[in-house]
Structure formats: structure tokens, C-alpha cells
Design a protein around this ligand. Structure first.
Ligand SMILES: Cc1cc2nc3c(=O)[nH]c(=O)nc-3n(C[C@H](O)[C@H](O)[C@H](O)COP(=O)(O)OP(=O)(O)OC[C@H]3O[C@@H](n4cnc5c(N)ncnc54)[C@H](O)[C@@H]3O)c2cc1C
Length: 445
């Protein structure tokens, strides 16, 4: 029997990984098509950036195990090795926080850990480039030499190129809508902005932060109530990064002092530059936000703004980021400078930060699958996430724990870190200096 045709919408982290794994499983990989509105590596995606952090440091044992599996590929996979920079991960932990302890306990419970205590007063002695870093409000720190950062855009392209080499079809086009099957049992395929139709036996929605915008019209057509809509499962959420271009001399200083990826507690982090990618990238992990719009049917969905470049960042958000992190962490590289550019990057966030990787539960969408919910921490799983999606497509279990964790959750509840059900801030409110406090924190990249 012929293998089922598969259409993957989105060639970011989940879409690329799935295409890669299917290309290895399929006898005829040309039956798999990946469509994205931009060529590889796709510009609007969260899977492209000057860098992404690759680490095994998770308090949650499931993702710690997965990250340990993935990091092996970052070291050894032919398609990835050259893009991975093993500089280690330094984490400062706030007074009263048990996050670092929990992470180290989880690593230790796997049998061994390379993590080391770091004396906050001795930071600069060990890493000269951290000169001037403010440690007020922090009480401890640790270092894990196993982690690092990767050249995200190049790595994503490399994995997609490998899938295409094996026969997967990669189409560049913007998907306008999903098309319902006349039988009423599933989707037939998709229509693109330029009117072309693509049909497939199975369709995977791997559209990241754009998931709600693609699913909500079909939810309207099927009269799906609010409680059963995708918006209850994932929300498009933005985070801002500041990029400072470093001179050759500054990069030499950073490399000589062996700068690790440096995590500033819950506030955010800074990732080292290289001579190839000469930007010191700070991420404001605390000040996340949404962009909620009303659809024609009156449904409220979260979606990255279509009329605003990712590189146009409100002044209030810039000031917040400079005050919270760039002026405090490695300030000798940012003092008296403005970033060379800024970017708002969007991800699909779930209430528990777990993936949503499953078949859609609605009987009229029985051949529609979801691979989404990166929740600001899932790029590192690029080498392995598609393996699990491929099992789901074949109706195979990924094991009780993963099936349960990645299922569609009828009981999904949105809570902020104070325990109130609340949305995060709205992008449109962030232009002034009088901005509210973030409802959710996402410093766990
Ligand atoms: C600021 C920031 C920093 C992060 N840092 C880290 C980190 O250091 N380490 C880490 O592990 N993770 C990190 N992450 C998380 C990680 O990047 C994401 O979790 C992951 O990329 C999500 O993958 P995805 O496939 O769901 O979405 P994406 O990678 O965004 O891919 C979605 C794709 O769908 C395409 N698409 C959407 N709609 C359409 C349409 N209508 N037609 C055609 N194509 C469409 C888009 O073009 C895009 O390419 C970070 C995320 C952000 C935002």
C-alpha cells in the first residue's frame, strides 16, 4: 500500500524536525511536502536567530531527559555539529528561588552531573567579561559546562536541506486557509494566498505562533465552542531581544574569558557573539506579551501582528529591557551604547509549557495533527521532536508519560505566576514608559 501523503504547514522547529524524521522513515519521501511562506531558513520563524541556547538544564525530568538525548545530536550529528558552540551555561538564581537547586537535583538524579557551584563574588575572577555585572538580588549561581549555543538559522536550514536531499518537497507559499473534506471527516488540504491547492492524506499544523490564525476560521465553520478551540491550548506570545554588534577586539575579549551563556535569573539571558555572528544577544525573558485580535466571527485570538515588522519594537519595551538586563549584565559591553537592532520573536505558549503534539480531537478534523507549543524553550529539540510526531502520525504511542503530557487538554487552565487566570500584557500597550507588570515569566530558554 502506498504511504500516506503528508503536508506539513510551517518549516520552523517542529515542521523541519518532522520533515527530517519522515524523510528517514518514508520509502518515498516525495510523498511528504513542507510548506512555509518563506524559504529556508524561514525569516519570521522562532527557529531562526543569531543564536539559540542548547542546554540540558531542566527541573522537569521529562524535558531534561529529552534535552540530554537532543544534545547528543548537537554534538555528533553531521548536519548540526559545526553550528553548536559548547561554551557552558552560567545561571544566577534570585534570593528565595529554588530553581537552580531543582535543576541540579534533576540532573543528579540521572546518575551524574557536571554542574559546579559558582561563587557570586568570584564571577569576574573566573569570567573577566562579566565585569560590572550587578549581583544584588541574587544569592547563588552554578555553571554547567555541557551546554552552549547554536547558530539557529544555519542549523534549521541544514536539517531541512537534509530532508529535501532525501526527497521531501519544500514549497514556499503562504497558507491562506485549511480546506474541509466534503466527507465531513477531515481536512482535504490547504489553499495558498495565490490560490493554489495542496491536498494530502494527513495535514500537520506546525505553524508556531500563527496556529490560532490558521485554525480559527475552520473552528468557526464547525461551530466549535470557545472551550474547545486552539486558543485554549496555545497562545501566540512575544519576547524581545536586543542585539549589540561587537568589534573584533570585544569578541576577542569575550572569547579569551570563555564567556558562557549567562542566565540572569528570571529576568533573561545573554548569549555570546562569535566572529561569524558578531552580536551579543540579550533576551528579556520576563517581559512577554500577546497581541489579541477579534476575528470576523467575534472570536478573540492571539497572533503576531501582520502589519508590523518583527524588528519594529515599541520604545517602552526597549527601555524596560535596558533597565532590566542590558545595563546590569556585562554592562562594560553595553554602556553608553544602544543596541544595533531589536527583534520581537513570537512563540506559541501553552499553559504548562508542554508541547501540544497530537491528533486534533474533533471528529471532523480526524486527519489534522498539531505540532506546536514550543513555549520559548523548544528549539533545542530540533534534532528529535519530529521522531515523536512521526510516531503519532503512524498511530504509535510515545509512551504513557509523553502521550499524556502532549495531548489536547480539555482541562487547560491559563494562570499567571501569581496563580490568577490572566493574560499577559498586550503589545499595543507597550509604547509608553508606564507599562504594567508582566503576567508571565519566560526566562527558561
Ligand atoms: C525570543 C525567543 C528566544 C528563544 N530562545 C530559545 C533558546 O535559546 N533555546 C531554545 O531551545 N528555544 C528557544 N526559543 C523557543 C523556540 O525558538 C521555539 O519554541 C520554536 O522555534 C517553536 O517552533 P515552531 O515550529 O512551533 O514555530 P516556528 O519555529 O516559529 O515555526 C513556525 C513556522 O510556520 C510558518 N507559518 C506560519 N503561518 C504560516 C502560513 N500561514 N503559511 C505558511 N507558513 C506559515 C512560519 O513562517 C514559521 O516558519 C526561543 C523563542 C523565542 C521567541
Amino acid at each position: 500500500m502506498a504511504e500516506p501523503t503528508i503536508l506539513i504547514i510551517g518549516a520552523g522547529t517542529f515542521g523541519t524536525s518532522t520533515a527530517y524524521h519522515l524523510s528517514q522513515r518514508y520509502k518515498d519521501p516525495s510523498r511528504v511536502t513542507t510548506i512555509d511562506r518563506a524559504p529556508s531558513p524561514p525569516e519570521p520563524s522562532a527557529a531562526i536567530d543569531t543564536n539559540r541556547i542548547i542546554r540540558t538544564d531542566y527541573a522537569n525530568p521529562l524535558y531534561c531527559d529529552l534535552a540530554c538525548e537532543a544534545i547528543h545530536d548537537w554534538f555528533w550529528k553531521l548536519e548540526l555539529g559545526e553550528y553548536f558552540h559548547k561554551v557552558g551555561w552560567l545561571m544566577l538564581d534570585e534570593v528565595g528561588s529554588d530553581r537552580a537547586d531543582k535543576i541540579r537535583t534533576t540532573l543528579e538524579s540521572r546518575g551524574s552531573t557536571q554542574t559546579q557551584d559558582v561563587d557570586l563574588d568570584g564571577l569576574v575572577k573566573r569570567w573577566e567579561c562579566l565585569e560590572g555585572t550587578q549581583t544584588k538580588g541574587f544569592e547563588k549561581a552554578y555553571f554547567n559546562p555541557e551546554a552552549g549555543w547554536c547558530e539557529a538559522a544555519a542549523a534549521t536550514k541544514s536539517i531541512m536541506d537534509a530532508a529535501v536531499k532525501r526527497g521531501v518537497q519544500r514549497v514556499t507559499a503562504s497558507v491562506k486557509e485549511l480546506l474541509l473534506d466534503e466527507s465531513g471527516k477531515g481536512v482535504r488540504g490547504i489553499r495558498t494566498d495565490d490560490g493554489k491547492e495542496f491536498v494530502a492524506d494527513k495535514v500537520i499544523l506546525a505553524a508556531g505562533a500563527w496556529t490560532s490564525s490558521l485554525l480559527s476560521p475552520i473552528e468557526d465553520q464547525l461551530n466549535i465552542g470557545e472551550a474547545d478551540r486552539i486558543e485554549r491550548q496555545v497562545r501566540a506570545t512575544g519576547a524581545v531581544s536586543a542585539y549589540y554588534k561587537m568589534s573584533d577586539a570585544e569578541i576577542n575579549r569575550i572569547e579569551t574569558s570563555r564567556m558562557p551563556v549567562s542566565v540572569y535569573g528570571q529576568v533573561g539571558e545573554v548569549v555570546p557573539p562569535s566572529h561569524k555572528l558578531p552580536y551579543l544577544r540579550y533576551c528579556n525573558g520576563q517581559g512577554t506579551f500577546t497581541n489579541t485580535v477579534s476575528t470576523k466571527s467575534g472570536a478573540k485570538i492571539s497572533v503576531p501582528p501582520s502589519d508590523q515588522s518583527q524588528y519594529a519594537v515599541p520604545e517602552g519595551l526597549k527601555q524596560e529591557t535596558e533597565e532590566a538586563i542590558t545595563s546590569k549584565l556585562m554592562p562594560s559591553f553595553t554602556k553608553a551604547k544602544r543596541p544595533d537592532y531589536w527583534r520581537i520573536c513570537w512563540d506559541a505558549v501553552t499553559p504548562t509549557d508542554d508541547w501540544l503534539m497530537c491528533k486534533h480531537p474533533h471528529p471532523s478534523l480526524s486527519n489534522l495533527f498539531l505540532a506546536v507549543g514550543g513555549s520559548f524553550h523548544s528549539y533545542k529539540f530540533l534534532p528529535i521532536a519530529g521522531k515523536f510526531m512521526s510516531n503519532i502520525l503512524e498511530d504509535k504511542s510515545n509512551g504513557v508519560e509523553k502521550d499524556k503530557t502532549w495531548r489536547w487538554k480539555e482541562d487547560a487552565v491559563w494562570k499567571n505566576h501569581q496563580g490568577n487566570s490572566a493574560l499577559s500584557r498586550e503589545l499595543r500597550d507597550l509604547d509608553s514608559r508606564t507599562m504594567g507588570v508582566s503576567a508571565r515569566t519566560h526566562s527558561k530558554l
